[in-house]
Ligand binder design. Structure first.
Ligand SMILES: Nc1ncnc2c1ncn2[C@@H]1O[C@H](COP(=O)(O)OP(=O)(O)O)[C@@H](O)[C@H]1O
Ligand SMILES: [Mg+2]
Length: 251
C-alpha cells in the first residue's frame, strides 16, 4: 500500500544543513493500523509531510499502491490528496460554518460527486462512528472527541488508499481518545481502511498492529503487536523510556 524507500530529508537554516530523516525504509500493508512514535523532534511530522508531499524530500522514493508519488505535478498532487489520501490533524481542521454533515461531505463536493450518493455514505459513516445524532450540529456545538470522529469520517469519504493522522488524540481527554481510536479500528474492520498515525501516546499506539519508533530521523525499532494490548503498551513504554523521550500526552 505505502512503500517508503531510503527516504532522506534535510532542513537548511543559513549555512547549516540538518539531516531530519535518514535513509528511512518501511512498508505499510493494506488494512494495517500503524503508529509512528518517537521523542519530540525525531522527525515524525516531517515524515508525514513528505508522504503527503507537503514538503519535498531530498532522495529516496515513496510509492502509494505501487505508484511513485515523488514527481507529481500540482494537478496530480491535488487529486492525490483529495482521492488517495485521507487526513486527520491534531486540531481537527473542520470548517466552523459548516455542519458535521457538510464537513464530512467536503471531499466529495471537491471531487464533484452527486449529492444523493453522498448522503448515504455520510449516514453510514456517522452511524459507524456513533455521531449520527449530531450530523446537523456545527463544530462549536460538539465535543473534541466528536469533532475528531467527524474528521475521521471526512477522511474516509473518498475511500482513500491510506489515512494519515498527526497526533489525532493529542488534544483529547482519555475517553474521547478511546472514541477516536475506536473510529480508526471500525474503519479498519468494516472498510478495510489503512491508517498511519503519528502519536506520542502509548495508550493510543497500543491499539495498533505495528509501531515504528523513530529516533533522530532513523528507525530505532519496529514492534509488531503479538500479545494482549496491555502487554504491548508495556513494551512500548519500555522502548520509549529507554529512548528518554516523553511517553505521555504532554509534549
Ligand atoms: N521547516 C523547518 N525548518 C527547519 N527545521 C525544521 C523545520 N521543521 C522541523 N524542523 C526540525 O526538524 C526536526 C524534526 O521535526 P518534526 O518532524 O516536527 O519532529 P516531530 O514531529 O517528531 O516532533 C526538529 O529538530 C525540528 O526542529
Ligand atoms: Mg510532530
Amino acid at each position: 500500500m505505502l512503500q517508503v524507500n531510503q527516504l532522506n530529508k534535510t532542513y537548511q537554516t543559513g549555512n547549516n544543513i540538518y539531516p531530519v530523516l535518514k535513509n528511512l525504509s518501511f512498508e505499510i500493508h493494506k488494512g494495517e493500523f500503524v503508529a509512528v512514535m518517537g521523542p519530540s523532534g525525531s522527525g515524525k511530522t516531517t515524515l508525514l509531510n513528505c508522504i503527503s508531499r507537503f514538503i519535498p524530500h531530498d532522495s529516496g522514493s515513496i510509492l502509494l499502491n505501487g505508484r511513485d508519488i515523488s514527481n507529481l505535478n500540482e494537478e496530480q498532487l491535488s487529486r492525490l490528496r483529495n482521492q488517495q489520501l485521507g487526513f486527520v490533524f491534531q486540531d481537527f481542521m473542520l470548517l466552523d460554518g459548516l455542519t458535521v454533515f457538510e464537513n464530512i461531505c467536503l471531499p466529495q463536493v471537491i471531487a464533484k460527486k452527486p449529492i444523493a450518493q453522498m448522503e448515504a455514505t455520510v449516514k453510514k459513516l456517522c452511524s459507524l462512528f456513533g455521531i449520527q445524532k449530531i450530523m446537523e450540529k456545527y463544530p462549536a456545538e460538539i465535543s473534541g472527541g466528536e469533532r475528531q470522529r467527524t474528521a475521521v469520517a471526512r477522511a474516509l469519504m473518498n475511500h482513500p488508499y491510506i489515512i494519515l493522522a498527526d497526533e489525532p488524540t493529542g488534544n483529547l481527554d482519555s475517553k474521547s481518545c478511546k472514541a477516536v481510536i475506536n473510529a480508526f479500528l471500525q474503519a479498519k474492520k468494516q472498510m478495510g481502511a489503512t491508517v498511519f498515525m503519528v502519536t506520542h501516546d502509548s495508550y493510543a499506539a497500543s491499539f495498533c498492529d505495528r509501531v515504528i519508533v523513530l529516533k533522530d530521523g532513523a528507525i530505532h525499532q519496529e514492534l509488531t503487536r503479538t500479545s494482549a494490548r496491555r502487554q504491548f503498551m508495556d513494551e512500548l513504554l519500555d522502548v520509549l523510556r529507554e529512548l528518554g523521550g516523553e511517553d505521555d500526552d504532554n509534549e
